[in-house]
Write a protein that binds this ligand. Structure first.
Ligand SMILES: NC(=O)CCC(=O)C(=O)O
Length: 305
């Protein structure tokens, strides 16, 4: 059983739709740091100083199964156990922890290819840092992106990656935030379970493509937001037509009524929004679906029939 979620308070969210500098991981990390520090300063107006900053999926590596083994890092984090980011062997963890601390923000560090210390399997993994640079949560993409749309796109993460086996959320001083990565958005059960565990906000770094992006990227986020009456947000890489994978971009933030409250196009950019719990409270009061579920009618919802 999960503990009570923190009271939901207003906060500011920023998504960094990051472009990659090229195949050099260290250069990509340095670029990410620059943009995190830029985002963190805000401007007090249309760009409110963020409490949470998010990076995109696979931000330090080209996105493709041939690249994952080459860029993979070992993190060796066990939830609930103390973790020394300084002793970590992972270049990305060290950089993200130090930058979260420098900026004084909660940082959802996009995702990186990760190699498990024990079984050596590869995962697509998000790490989360507190304002003091502690690693507080980690999520391994649960649903792997294996699709085949003839003539359009074929992608098989499972050629090199393994799916994660746990749900993961973290508590801040203003909200409980649930984590997913990209293709995880297609599975309403995951988002619903997060919401039922008290998450008021769900954030999934992602990288949709030019076939499914135009049709599904916004629709899925608005659907998950409305299903669960939560804030829902996905942060994409910027589109690079010279890369092997062409990301849709359009990083966005959706409120619990399904309204897109912030969005960008496909270039490198930073998206800012104020997260206002009033919308969450009013959505749930006006349309009380979270209290009207009929698990007596559909008890098999979680049994995988
Ligand atoms: N990186 C991903 O999981 C891509 C998911 C995607 O594009 C989709 O259509 O789903």
């Amino acid at each position: 059983m999960s503990t009570a979620a923190p009271p939901f308070k207003p906060f500011n969210l920023a998504l960094i739709q990051l472009g990659q500098t090229g195949p050099d991981k260290s250069a990509n990390l340095a670029h990410a740091r620059d943009l995190i520090l830029e985002a963190a300063s805000g401007d007090g107006g249309a760009k409110p100083k963020p409490d949470v900053i998010v990076l995109p999926e696979c931000f330090n590596s080209p996105y493709g199964h041939v690249h994952f083994p080459v860029y993979a890092e070992t993190i060796a984090y066990t939830p609930g156990q103390p973790y020394d980011v300084h002793a970590s062997a992972s270049e990305s963890v060290k950089l993200l922890a130090a930058t979260a601390r420098e900026a004084g923000v909660w940082l959802i560090g996009g995702s990186i290819p990760e190699r498990d210390a024990a079984d050596k399997k590869l995962y697509n993994t998000t790490t989360v840092y507190s304002r003091t640079g502690e690693l507080v949560a980690m999520h391994r993409k649960v649903h792997l992106f294996d699709i085949d749309i003839p003539g359009k796109i074929t992608f098989k993460e499972s050629e090199t990656l393994t799916g994660g086996t746990t749900m993961n959320y973290f508590d801040t001083e203003f909200a409980r935030i649930g984590l997913g990565i990209c293709y995880d958005v297609r599975f309403p059960e995951l988002a619903m379970t997060y919401a039922r565990k008290g998450c008021q906000v769900l954030i999934y770094p992602g990288a949709f493509n030019l076939t499914t992006g135009p049709l599904h990227w916004e629709l899925l986020q608005r659907a998950r937001a409305i299903d669960n009456q939560v804030f829902f947000s996905m942060c994409s890489p910027a589109r690079d037509m010279s890369a092997g994978y062409h990301a849709w971009g359009h990083s966005m933030i959706v409120d619990p009524m399904g309204k897109v409250i912030a969005e960008t196009e496909h270039e490198e950019d930073i998206v800012y929004a104020r997260i206002d719990p009033t919308v969450f409270v009013e959505a749930r009061a006006g349309i009380p679906v979270t209290k009207q579920r009929r698990f007596d009618v559909y008890p098999d919802v979680s049994r995988g029939l």
